[in-house]
Write a protein that binds this ligand. Structure first.
Ligand SMILES: Nc1ncnc2c1ncn2[C@@H]1O[C@H](COP(=O)(O)OP(=O)(O)O)[C@@H](O)[C@H]1O
Ligand SMILES: [Mg+2]
Length: 315
């Protein structure tokens, strides 16, 4: 979209309401501290050492904040999230959850992945009860809690279904309910809607915002989808690749409550343009013209395509 047609505001230009919201968020307690996190993977024997995947990443997440982590494919988003979840070791730096060093998985960090990870041998309800049962809670209170979370994600009627009987969107709603059933202060989500079709994805984004509004939980959400990040986040942490590092942290200048109608608002577009500059700086505006058709085969714009012929270079 040309700026001559639509003058975009500065993406750093926040409404007074948003300035106030970010001031309030900054004053809240920090729940997750990511401090100089590095990750190197060992190269195969005899091969050149690999560049670090994460080259010292630091930021803080405040209580009840919604953070999106965005970056091109391969820049280390999943590696960072797995380190925060305690599923992957780090080579350097520290991660503290509520002030305590993270050194393994824990019920204080709920995880939801892109791949469907429900236990196929358990019903929907049993999947959601799993965490509380493992934590030593009795069958009846676990069941009551599971039904409450299934209600929250709109799936109480499917409580006795098996995972294979559910659509992709429903499976991810159960996965969210299962993660929330442990009452974690934070949800770590790695492209949870990445495998869903566009329309289901849109519905899931709406659901997630509604859940976040109604549950005392902080969200750290990985995506490579610019619209998704802007629609969901308070702040977007933009990662660059090789080594993975923070390029910028953007305070999203779009008012809440969010809805898809905002996708074309000037502040939304200004933010999207900035994200594109950061994430795809080398994308060419136009493809190079390499001609593989015969003159006379033009499918569109015959005048433009014949220009070469008129210049005497086409025959
Ligand atoms: N176990 C591993 N061994 C070696 N390299 C890995 C391993 N896991 C991931 N990587 C590399 O780390 C980089 C970041 O991967 P990943 O965190 O999955 O990126 P993203 O989620 O942003 O697409 C990639 O270049 C990937 O090849
Ligand atoms: Mg990934």
């Amino acid at each position: 979209m040309s700026e001559a047609v639509l003058a975009l505001p500065d993406y750093r230009d926040l409404s007074p309401e948003l300035q106030e919201r970010f001031r309030a968020i900054a004053a809240r307690e920090t729940i997750l501290e990511i401090d100089g996190v590095r990750k190197d993977f060992a190269a195969p024997k005899g091969a050149q050492p690999l560049p670090p995947v994460l080259g010292g990443v630091s930021f803080e997440v405040k209580r009840r904040e919604f953070i999106c982590l965005i970056g091109a494919s391969g820049c280390g988003k999943s590696t960072l999230l797995r380190i925060l979840g305690g599923l992957e070791s780090r080579t350097g730096g520290e991660v503290r959850m509520n002030g305590r060093q993270v050194d393994g998985p824990g019920a204080d960090r709920g995880m939801v992945f892109q791949e469907y990870t429900l236990f196929p041998w358990l019903t929907v309800k049993q999947n959601v009860m799993f965490g509380p049962r493992m934590a030593g809670q009795g069958r009846d209170p676990s069941e009551a809690e599971a039904l409450q979370w299934l209600d929250m994600v709109g799936l109480s009627e499917r409580a006795n279904a098996w995972p294979h009987q559910l659509s992709g969107g429903m499976k991810q709603r159960v996965a969210i309910a299962r993660a929330l059933a442990n009452s974690p202060p934070i949800l770590l989500m790695d492209e949870p809607f990445g495998a869903l079709d566009a329309q289901t994805r849109c519905t899931m984004q709406k659901h997630l915002l509604q859940i976040w509004k109604n549950v005392d939980v902080t969200v750290l959400f990985v995506t490579h989808d610019l619209d998704e990040a802007i629609l969901l986040a308070d702040r977007i942490v933009v990662l660059g690749a090789r080594p993975g590092r923070i390029l910028e942290i953007i305070q999203v200048p779009v008012d809440r409550p969010r809805h898809v109608g905002q996708l074309l608002s000037p502040h939304f577009l200004a933010t999207k343009k900035r994200l594109e500059q950061l994430i795809h700086p080398d994308d060419p505006e136009d493809l190079p013209i390499i001609r593989m058709t015969q003159v006379g085969d033009e499918a569109e714009e015959p005048g433009a395509m014949r220009a070469g012929t008129r210049n005497g270079s086409g025959t």
